[in-house]
Ligand binder design. Structure first.
Ligand code: AMP
Ligand code: GLY
Length: 456
């Protein structure tokens, strides 16, 4: 069994106040990297980047896990001025934006416009590029314009509501309604009943998701099995990162409410070289061509949420960031220097670099708070982390209490990733170790990867 290397730092409680560290410089480090975000995705990105030689990783705002691989910095993601000052004061060379909101809010445009930040490289699209995720109507128009396979749809607002009702009457159940804008992952409704779909459409236009649902995209329901494919592009060249399958529902057997993601498996057996060739030819290349044609300079991740319908990939959605919890599996399968890859991306040199994928299978099991994705309590003391063997525990929602103990601070709490020769070995290991972690109310799915094993 391969051992996953964990960065040998000790958990530290301190979070830097960005104002208090002005003028201090960490020596013997070639690259200072700032990762923005506070979830399992950001812990996995920081964990991987900290393994690159000569890097020091800062994470803003981070969590109890990111404090083990770098230095947490107390900055709000919406405070671009504070991020700027921190970058300048700590000689940050590279910023990696974890979540979508700062990208949609224009953090990359802010960096490009600020003369003093010209030397700081940033991974992520600008505001226009981020519309691929920030506006589903924009993404659908883009796909239609550049011939990228996606579900048939209609865009509805208050003015053309009757057309929306007509469209619903012409398509078959289930009905897919999507808020145009960002709605914290909750803006997609899938309904079986026509009358209910009509009522929900009207509710959405009336502000069910605030301004995000002033426009609603109604889509045909796609059949098949989902997979997340990750592209890193410098606008000209691209590399495919390892793909992964996410498990979105709270309950075993894909039952119950949707969540942010309860587990992941990478690689995905049905993503054969032939399937991935089709993804590149039909989706990745036309997407990059379209971005160029639109004059969008895109340096960053493109997360393709795909439906595999009998070997034919179809785009469910674009995201302009990495997936969570997919990243907690994907990062463990990237071999070599990830910082090098990101610097090459920022410099437009992705054609010059090569990275290898581990041939091991990674299985990630997400431990969540009791009650999640509905109301849950925070502040539960966690034990067992120190007993884990041969796995990495990525922190998704943790912090330290006054006694320096790790406590829960979110719905998704810890993502346990194990490697194995195949899904069965990896999932056995992941579950064996996940059982060692305790906090009041802990819950997880028991069937991560089982569906893929049955398909083989
Ligand atoms: P999205 O936020 O667009 O990823 O949608 C959330 C989830 O809804 C997706 O991961 C799919 O499971 C499901 N979904 C979205 N659009 C469709 C569709 N057109 N057909 C089937 N399922 C869909
Ligand atoms: N795992 C799905 C997402 O990150 O949106």
């Amino acid at each position: 069994m391969e051992k996953i290397i964990m960065y040998p730092g000790e958990a530290r409680k301190e979070t830097l106040d960005w104002k208090a560290v002005q003028g201090q410089h960490i020596t013997a480090v070639n690259h200072n990297i700032l990762v923005l975000g506070s979830g399992g995705r950001e812990h996995a990105l920081a964990w991987k980047l900290a393994q690159s030689e000569g890097t020091h990783v800062f994470i803003a705002p981070g969590n109890a896990g990111t404090a083990q691989v770098g230095t947490n910095v107390n900055i709000k993601l919406s405070d671009f001025e504070a991020i700027k000052e921190f970058c300048l004061n700590r000689s940050i060379n590279l910023v990696v934006v974890g979540p979508e909101q700062p990208l949609v809010d224009g953090i990359v445009d802010f960096f490009k416009q600020e003369e003093s930040l010209r030397a700081v490289k940033i991974i992520g699209p600008d505001k226009r590029g981020a519309q691929l995720e920030g506006s589903k109507a924009f993404a659908k128009d883009f796909m239609e314009k550049y011939g990228i396979p996606t579900a048939k749809c209609i865009k509805i607002n208050k003015e053309n509501l009757s057309e929306g009702y007509k469209f619903l009457e012409t398509v078959k159940s289930p009905y897919v309604l999507k808020a145009d804008g960002l709605a914290a992952g909750k803006g997609v409704l899938i309904l079986n009943d026509l009358q209910e779909a009509k009522e929900e459409l009207s509710r959405m236009l009336d502000g069910k998701f605030g301004a995000a649902s002033a426009t609603v995209v109604i889509e045909e329901f796609l059949k098949g099995i989902e997979v997340s494919v990750f592209v890193l592009t410098d606008g000209e060249h691209y590399v495919l990162l390892p793909e992964a399958k996410d498990y979105k529902r709270i309950g075993d057997g894909d039952t119950g409410l949707n969540t942010g993601g309860m587990g992941a498996v990478s690689p995905v057996p049905f993503c054969t070289p032939e399937f991935l060739d089709r993804v590149e030819d039909r989706i990745v290349k036309p997407t990059l061509k379209g971005l160029k044609a639109e004059g969008i300079d895109y340096k960053g991740f493109i997360f393709l949420g795909l439906m595999n319908d009998g070997g034919n990939p179809c785009v469910i959605e674009y995201n302009v960031r990495m997936g969570d919890p997919e990243t907690e599996a994907v990062m463990t399968r990237i071999e070599g220097d990830f910082a090098d890859l990101l610097f090459a991306c920022a410099d437009g040199r992705l054609n010059e670099v090569h990275y290898a994928k581990s041939d091991k299978t990674a299985v990630t099991v997400m431990l969540v708070s009791g009650g999640y994705p509905e109301a849950y309590e925070k502040g539960k003391i966690m034990t067992g982390l120190e007993a884990l063997k041969d796995v990495v525990a990525f922190h998704a929602g943790t912090s330290f209490n006054a006694d320096n103990e790790v406590v829960t601070s979110g719905g998704r709490v810890i993502a346990v990733t194990a490697h194995g020769n195949g899904i069965e070995e990896a999932r056995n290991k992941a579950y064996q170790e996940a059982e060692k972690i305790h906090f009041e109310g802990v819950n997880f799915r028991h069937d991560i990867g089982l569906d893929l094993m049955r398909m083989q």
